[in-house]
Design a protein around this ligand. Structure first.
Ligand SMILES: CC(C)(COP(=O)(O)OP(=O)(O)OC[C@H]1O[C@@H](n2cnc3c(N)ncnc32)[C@H](O)[C@@H]1OP(=O)(O)O)[C@@H](O)C(=O)NCCC(=O)NCCS
Length: 101
């Protein structure tokens, strides 16, 4: 999965559409290969975000779709967190997660 910088916000309805399109796209174009899961590695999957954002926020609802396997330290969040925002001022790890398509 890729969550580009251009195109927020990330509401659940837009995610539903994207996952539905992916579930339809892969069997149609790659019928010989099974694509049963989507995987994501992102600061957006740091479970600690759920302690800093409302349960109904887009990011927390996005996280809940995934089985988060583990986290790893990285500086990559610095590229994506807006300075001066409520998420600025601490480190966010990269979470690795997957979900069934
Ligand atoms: C993914 C993204 C669209 C989510 O934004 P969103 O849909 O607005 O997220 P939420 O509704 O959950 O936001 C909840 C709060 O966190 C803040 N927030 C969200 N993304 C933020 C970011 N990248 N930096 C700082 N604060 C952020 C929101 O402003 C909001 O704060 P508020 O309640 O004070 O208004 C946004 O983070 C973004 O554009 N990120 C850049 C791309 C990216 O990170 N891709 C992943 C790369 S691995």
């Amino acid at each position: 999965m890729h969550i580009p910088e251009c195109c927020g916000p990330l509401p659940p309805a837009a995610c539903d559409v994207a996952f539905a399109r992916a579930a339809e796209f892969f069997p149609r174009h790659f019928p010989d290969e099974p694509y049963e899961v989507a995987v994501c590695m992102s600061w957006l999957l740091d479970p600690a975000l759920a302690d800093h954002l409302p349960a109904e926020s887009n990011i927390v609802r996005f996280q809940r779709r995934f089985a988060i396997v583990d986290t790893q330290e990285s500086d990559s969040f610095e590229r994506f967190v807006m300075p001066g925002s409520r998420l600025d001022g601490r480190r966010w790890d990269i979470g690795r997660g997957w979900l069934e398509l």
